[in-house]
Ligand binder design. Structure first.
Ligand code: ATP
Length: 286
């Protein structure tokens, strides 16, 4: 089943075109990396997938599980309901810092309970148990009563992922979730994302700055440059040479300093040796 379908997606801010006719299909249960240099349009694309941004009027279409979320720059009447299927994790500012972690995670149920209950913070024991088990699921069962502001960056990201579990999202969009983290924390966050993708079958789209993480965790990568998809295929095919073909000098910004050896130490997973597969061509060159 197709989880996300995007056709002719274009977005213009003022006179600047941030997305230029993006087309992509993501099947249910896939884990897909979105890579690209700064300004290539990754966040803008993710915001459209999340129903947080409207595309240019024209042919742009975004569908979630076969249902239209927006078309021609208009959100569909069901867009709000569809957003509940989609959990979003950002690089920063994911949590309400003054609230306990448990309350932050419980915010994931807001879409499913009467608004008066949410406003008063009246969560029932089952919901609280769900939030606790989500925190255990992401490996931080002991921070339940801590204020969110006291968590490390990696713990905050994992709590944000726990909130999407409580939300019972079927799609998880993570916009540079590891960009501000040290390698060990980044690895733990990617491990959690990979694990819930594998075990819960949650479709995951993760924007990343370094291709090594894409190769280690995501079978498929969509690479963007200047608002366009320039490659969509197996992550293992994204060798350093292929990246140079796609990005020229910008390719240096998309790899960890120190090459594959340093990446293996940082990621602590063997980076698949990545000979380009026959017939793989950048999308733009097709
Ligand atoms: N609300 C906005 N108003 C004006 N320009 C915007 C807006 N949002 C994004 N842009 C521009 O669109 C382009 C794409 O931005 P976007 O944030 O999607 O890139 P990105 O690939 O996510 O970059 P980064 O890796 O730095 O987060 C950039 O040039 C950005 O300045």
């Amino acid at each position: 089943m197709t989880a996300i379908s995007v056709r002719h997606l274009s977005k213009t801010f003022g006179r600047f075109q941030a997305l230029k006719g993006v087309n992509l299909e993501i099947r249910q249960g896939e884990m897909v990396a979105l890579i690209g240099a700064s300004g290539s349009g990754k966040s803008t694309l993710i915001r459209h997938l999340a129903g947080l941004e409207r595309a240019d009027s024209g042919q742009s279409v975004v569908e979630i599980f076969g249902e239209r979320m927006q078309a021609s720059g208009r959100l569909a009447p069901g867009a709000r309901r569809m957003r509940r299927e989609i959990g979003v994790v950002f690089q920063q500012f994911n949590l309400v810092s003054r609230l306990p972690v448990l309350t932050n995670v419980l915010l994931g149920v807001l879409g499913r309970i009467p608004s008066w209950r949410g406003t008063l913070g009246l969560f029932n024991p089952e919901e609280k148990a769900l939030a606790r088990s989500a925190l255990a699921r992401v490996g931080i069962p002991n921070v339940v009563w801590q204020r969110a502001s006291t968590l490390s960056g990696g713990q905050q990201q994992r709590a944000a992922i726990a909130r999407t579990l409580v939300q019972q999202a079927r799609i998880l969009l993570a916009d540079e979730p590891i960009a501000s983290l040290d390698p060990a924390s980044a690895r733990r966050v990617m491990d959690v994302l990979s694990d819930i993708n594998a075990k819960e079958g949650i479709t995951a789209v993760v924007s990343l700055h370094q291709v090594e993480y894409a190769r280690a965790y995501c079978p498929r990568t969509i690479a963007m440059r200047a608002g366009q998809v320039v490659y969509d295929g197996p992550s293992t095919a994204l060798t350093d040479d292929f990246l140079k073909d796609l990005y020229g000098l910008e390719a240096e910004d998309l790899t960890l300093p120190g090459g594959d050896e340093a990446a293996e130490v940082a990621i602590a997973r063997p980076i698949p040796s990545s000979k380009p597969q026959a017939g793989l061509t950048p999308v733009a060159a097709v």
